[in-house]
Design a binder for this molecule. Structure first.
Ligand code: C2O
Ligand code: CU
Length: 456
């Protein structure tokens, strides 16, 4: 598989002929072999609602993949869709050839074709996988990936994976596809206009594929320490998350261990993950709730229930007070190697809405794919500084690497609107061509991406 990548147009055949060979992926026997078939199928987000969408293994979210840190995972993607597709392993620093980005790391997998992704699952963490073709992520092609640590830095009894998503029945489209002032996204009235943004016509917010009318339940026993693995798998939503009656001890940011921080809530953008350990010391029935900070849909809700409850109680509605996690609160347990001191290379990038008629989002005025790659050399300490000249948040995601932001180690970071600034640092230790992009899927599809390319 690694061999095929160098045949791709644009891959490894730079004008200056100086691309760096990516590290090969593992060969040999896998510890876990899975097959994921992408196909049409029906989902039922509430008892009285059903819609046909695109799914892995007929499930939404797709099947939970769970492996031990260091295990070799082999996933065969079978494409039963009527369209090309790929799978990207969001957050996992895989070898370049299995990163799943069409035209950058592989040719997209044609209808009726298949492709096998094999890689060593490390480091441990809470991740997810999703299609990286067009707007397919907002059609349901996503699922959680848990890599369990052999030696966790916090104690807990068991865990639940909690996947938040925005619910879009039907086919996602970019506003520009609708024509100026048309329906669809453009008609939503969610702060459109030149500089602002429009929000897709979401019909609700989901926890593990369920609307609040039909919430999933997490059962606990008094005295348990329960680890929640929260994933923001949405395409265009910043969620504010809380559990009524309980503190969240945030233990991992984007899968990486942090010194535990106790908060009442946290906010996260598309592509971010937080793990929190909750002590079940307050018997009752409680909401696990996620509000859209940039939308007006009713909050996504699950119910946390203690099993020794006598009789059914109505869960308590959260108040919006209390402490909220800030990035400054996050302190990685082990610092990221090789990013101390002065960087070898710095990129200063502006994030903004494209000028003109069409719906575009740009990095330094360029809309991908008509955008220059950002070139780096192996082993450099690279710094990216971003300034957001638009009024909306951009959750920026780097493929193939973790980065340091403040004292945290992450792979996705929100750059706040209205001249918000973020600086991230990483070590160039995974040669290849890697996408760096906004994880708002509509911004990505409208150009807010660059390829980071290793050259000698
Ligand atoms: Cu979740 Cu480019 O990725
Ligand atoms: Cu964005």
């Amino acid at each position: 598989m690694a061999g095929c990548a160098s045949q791709l147009p644009g891959f490894g055949d730079d004008a200056d002929g100086s691309a760096v060979t990516p590290r090969p992926t593992v060969t040999g026997d896998a510890d876990t072999t899975v097959s994921l078939t992408a196909s049409d199928g029906a989902i039922r987000p509430a008892t009285d609602q059903s819609t046909t969408t695109w799914l892995y293994e007929g499930q939404f979210p797709g099947p939970e993949l769970r492996v031990q840190e260091g295990d070799v995972l082999s996933v065969e993607l079978n494409n039963d869709l009527d369209a090309e597709t790929t799978i990207h392993w969001h957050g996992v620093p895989v070898p370049n050839s299995v990163d799943g980005v069409p035209e950058v790391t592989q040719e997209p997998v044609a209808s009726s074709d298949s492709f096998t992704y094999t890689f060593r699952a490390e480091p441990a963490g809470t991740y997810f996988y999703h299609s990286h073709v067009g707007l397919q992520l907002d059609r349901g092609l996503l699922g959680p990936l848990v890599v369990e640590e052999r030696d966790p830095h916090v104690e807990y009894d068991y865990d639940y994976v909690v996947v938040f998503d925005d619910y879009l029945p039907g086919e996602p489209t970019l506003p520009s596809d609708e024509g100026a002032g048309g329906g669809g996204m453009g008609g939503g009235g969610m702060g459109g206009g030149m500089m602002g943004d429009v929000r897709p016509p979401y019909e609700g917010l989901l926890v593990n594929g369920q609307l609040p009318e039909d919430p999933p339940t997490f059962d606990v026993t008094e005295g348990d320490r329960v680890r929640f693995r929260f994933v923001n798998a949405s395409s265009a939503t910043v969620f504010g998350v809380r559990i009524t009656g309980h503190e969240l001890n945030v233990t991992h940011a984007d899968g990486r261990p942090v010194d535990p921080v106790a908060v009442d809530s946290f906010a996260f953008g598309a592509g971010e993950r937080y793990d929190a350990v909750v002590e079940a010391t307050n018997p009752g029935s409680w909401f696990v709730q996620a509000d859209a900070l940039d939308g007006d849909e009713p909050p996504a809700r699950a119910v946390l229930t203690y099993d020794q409850l006598d009789g059914v109680r109505n869960p308590e509605t959260p108040s919006s007070s209390g402490t909220r996690l800030r990035y400054e609160d996050l302190r990685a347990v082990t610092p990221l190697d090789g990013v101390d001191g002065t960087p070898d290379r710095t990129f200063d990038l502006t994030l903004s809405r494209g000028r003109g008629q069409s719906y575009t989002w740009t990095i330094d005025g360029q809309a991908y794919p008509d955008a220059d790659p950002l070139r780096i050399h192996p082993d450099e300490h690279v710094r990216i500084h971003m300034e957001n000249q638009s009024p909306v948040v951009h959750p920026m995601h780097l493929h193939g690497h973790f980065f340091r932001v403040g004292d945290a180690i992450k792979d996705t970071v929100m750059v706040p609107g209205h001249m918000g600034e973020v600086t991230l640092d990483f070590r160039a230790d995974n040669p290849g061509r890697w996408l760096f992009h906004c994880h708002n899927l509509y911004h990505l599809d409208a150009g807010m991406a660059r390829v980071i390319e290793y050259v000698e």
